[in-house]
Design a protein around this ligand. Structure first.
Ligand code: XMP
Length: 513
């Protein structure tokens, strides 16, 4: 594997994804990881990521200097290059204006740039830059604004680049990463989803043996793919439940019933369509009364959710494990706040209650969303279901700002169904990353017929994203938006205004709470 030391740069995740796309396992690790943790991972190479920090800042993240003595090839990207330069005796200077965007790069002969022409378009995003090389290094790339845009010490196999090879705006970025992996680090390919699927199933068999597993399907892709892997591994010892929280969308249950029929899950307690539905709407509504704070909402929902799962496990009897559809980004976004990153929100399936007796199994804990979809394809789950947009565990509760009530849920469900239906009709649904409607609990004045109205506002949000960590708002044609808006105000009682959210993530998140 290749360890990407994550200094908190916005593209750090992309680096790991690109490495995996090239067939090598990659994971993000914290700069605070001690040297024995790094050794234990037995990486084939190290990559130092970008960072929002400047490397001379007081709290700037650093790596243990012993990292440079492991004999491993290292590629520093942006801040990673600057830190490497400073830690090895060079110098970095701060520039007040940021260099941001595409630029022309002149390169010299280097193993890192094999098969590339001497002039390259690359993407920069930085304020600081290296202005004195450490001993043993030479310049391998320059741009108009950065004399040392690339540096190497080929003896020690240390490379640094000021630009970002991981973003698509650097057209030959993949060649550069591939050169680093295969020409410089001589990395072996070890990341192939087909063989990984076999590994996951075999590991599940070994770990679970003939014990029982309970798992809640959420209606989303992740839990379904995880359940399908488990079904292949342990067959009848998998017990699936579906907790109807009442916070679902209009079509969630029906969609799930359809797909579960085609995946053919069976042998479930009191099983209807291969899974047990636990009707819990009133319990959830009750605990959400007068809860306005987003984190509080997430907490009370998660608590009840896991309590219900434990009740179900008791009914089944002798259940050892609770399986979860957690994927890699869920773990990262809910990470405990650290020096270099804040906790953004408590993802539902990662925030486990204290004292939970069941042991947790997360078959997809290592994978990104697009990899999960590819695994789903290998498992022959119908494509239509794999293309479904993500839907968060706390459901519509985090799309109703403020208190969740039955009335508000009903309004939001109708508005959301219209939005999604029109996106599908227009052939847009599969082109965007995630689309949703949210209810803003403020009322505005309108006029309908000849009468004054005073009703809620529905916010529509649709984002284009690959990894859900960063996202851009979707440029949906105005005629489609017009149809959606007019249908919502005409068909949904209690709404007289529709707005479209045009904020990127960051600074806004995809969900509203
Ligand atoms: P945000 O709102 O943080 O969301 O930009 C990023 C992605 O995560 C989904 N999300 C969740 N998924 N449980 C989940 O399973 C949760 O509690 C949760 N909160 C957000 C969100 O829908 C988006 O795809």
């Amino acid at each position: 594997m290749v360890a990407v030391i994550n200094f908190g740069g916005q593209y750090a995740h992309l680096i790991a994804r690109r490495i995996r796309e090239l067939g090598v396992k990659s994971e993000l690790i914290s700069p605070d990881s001690n040297i024995s943790t790094v050794k234990k991972l037995a990486p084939q190479a190290l990559i130092l990521s970008g960072s929002p920090f400047s490397c001379y800042e007081k709290n700037a993240p650093k790596v243990d200097l012993k990292i440079y003595e492991l004999g491993l090839p290292i590629l520093g990207i942006c801040y990673g290059q600057q830190l490497m330069a400073v830690q090895l005796g060079g110098q970095v200077s701060s520039h007040s204006s940021k260099q941001f965007g595409r630029e022309l790069l002149k390169i010299t002969t280097s193993a890192l740039f094999e098969n590339l022409k001497s002039s390259q378009t690359v993407w920069f995003s930085h304020g600081d830059q290296v202005d004195r090389l450490p001993t043993g290094f030479k310049i391998i790339a320059s741009s108009k604004n950065a004399k040392i845009a690339g540096m190497e010490d080929s003896q020690r196999r240390f490379y640094g680049i000021q630009f970002h090879p991981e973003v698509t705006h650097t057209p030959n970025g993949e060649v550069i990463l591939s050169n680093f992996l295969f020409k410089i680090a001589k990395a072996k390919k070890d990341w192939n989803l087909k063989s990984l699927k076999e590994d996951i199933v075999n590991n599940l068999i070994k770990k679970i043996k003939n014990q029982k597993v309970v798992m809640a399907l959420s209606g989303g892709v992740d839990s379904l793919v995880a359940a399908t892997l488990l079904k292949e591994a342990i067959g009848d010892n998998l017990f699936l439940v579906f907790i109807d929280t009442g916070l679902l969308r209009k079509y969630d249950l029906e969609d799930l019933e359809n797909v579960v029929k085609s995946v053919n899950f069976k042998n479930l307690p009191a099983g209807r369509q291969g899974f047990r539905i636990v009707n819990s709407q009133s319990r959830f509504l009750k605990i959400l009364q007068r809860v306005n704070d987003p984190e509080e909402k997430r907490k009370v929902i998660a608590k009840l959710y896991f309590a219900i799962l434990e009740e179900e496990a008791k009914k089944i009897g002798n259940v050892t494990f609770l399986a979860q559809g957690t994927i890699y980004p869920d773990r990262i976004e809910s990470a405990k706040p650290s020096k270099h990153a804040d906790k953004i929100k408590s993802h539902h399936n990662v925030t486990l209650p204290k004292g939970l007796k069941l042991k947790i199994i997360e078959p997809l804990g290592e994978f990104y969303k697009d990899e999960v979809r590819k695994l789903g394809k290998i498992l022959r789950i119908p494509q239509e279901f794999l293309n479904r947009h993500p839907f968060p565990g706390p459901g519509l509760a985090i799309r109703i700002l403020g208190e969740v009530t039955e009335d508000r849920l009903k309004i939001l469900r109708e508005a959301d169904a219209i939005f999604i239906e029109e996106l599908k009709k227009a052939g847009i649904y599969n082109k965007v990353g995630q689309a949703l409607a949210a209810l803003l609990p403020v009322k505005s004045v309108g006029v309908m017929g000849d009468a004054r109205t005073y009703s809620y506002i529905i916010a529509l949000r649709s984002v284009d994203t690959v990894d859900f960590m960063t996202a851009d708002w979707s440029k949906i044609p105005s005629d489609v938006m017009e149809k959606v808006s007019s249908r919502i105000v005409n068909e949904v009682r209690g709404v007289n205004r529709v707005v479209y959210d045009i904020t990127q993530k960051p600074p806004a998140t995809i969900e509203y709470e």
